[in-house]
Ligand binder design. Structure first.
Ligand code: GRF
Length: 190
């Protein structure tokens, strides 16, 4: 049976696209839906181009999470991948997918994680702290931001004159290289 995976993404969706392209010829995995918290997120255009259904939910009320819960059951989803999804996942969804929700964070957790640490804010904080290395963390999702068990980390060097934009490019390169492979390995071994 194919593993059916939902991607949650609030933003540009470059990781979502990279993951879907990586698995394009794989008979074991399919990606039937992308769920976003933003109507105008660029990920919807990528979804259209890739031929994947995408939905926006407002998530202002618990009711939206109940709707999402029902969509995930209706779509027979086995795993959830968070690729730039900005909201905290509530118990309702965590209970439906125990150890089956995986997130990527653009820094080396436990440093530079938690509420408000997302996107360019992370890279700015890393540079401001004078770090000499940063990287990616792929981890299971719990009820708290960026706190679940770590599955994988990869590092890159930061040169003294690297700007947050340059650091973001280095981190994105690591994300594109590793996130699909680690998803594949983690799910195959679960
Ligand atoms: C990535 O840097 C990811 O680590 C973080 O959000 C960003 C999403 O970028 N969680 P994109 O939308 O995939 O381009």
């Amino acid at each position: 049976m194919k593993k059916r995976i939902a991607i949650f993404a609030s933003g540009a969706g470059s990781n979502a696209e990279n993951i879907i392209r990586y698995f394009a010829d794989n008979q074991e995995f399919e990606f039937p839906i992308i769920i976003s918290s933003k109507e105008n997120a660029y990920v919807h255009q990528r979804a259209k181009k890739l031929g994947v259904k995408s939905f926006t939910l407002e998530f202002k009320e618990y009711l939206d999470w109940e709707v999402l819960h029902d969509i995930l059951i209706w779509q027979q989803i086995d795993y959830v991948i968070l690729a730039g999804f900005l909201l905290k996942i509530p118990p309702l969804i965590l209970e439906l997918f125990p150890q089956k929700i995986i997130n990527i964070h653009p820094a080396l957790l436990p440093k530079f994680g938690g509420k408000g640490m997302y996107g360019s804010r992370v890279h700015r904080a890393v540079c401001a702290a004078g770090e000499t290395e940063t990287g990616i963390t792929i981890h299971y999702v719990t009820e708290n931001y960026d706190e679940g068990n770590i599955i994988f980390q990869a590092k890159c060097r930061i040169a003294p004159d690297d700007t947050p934009e340059i650091v973001a490019q280095k981190v994105h390169a690591l994300e594109y290289e590793w996130f699909p492979k680690i998803i594949e390995q983690t799910i195959n071994n679960s």
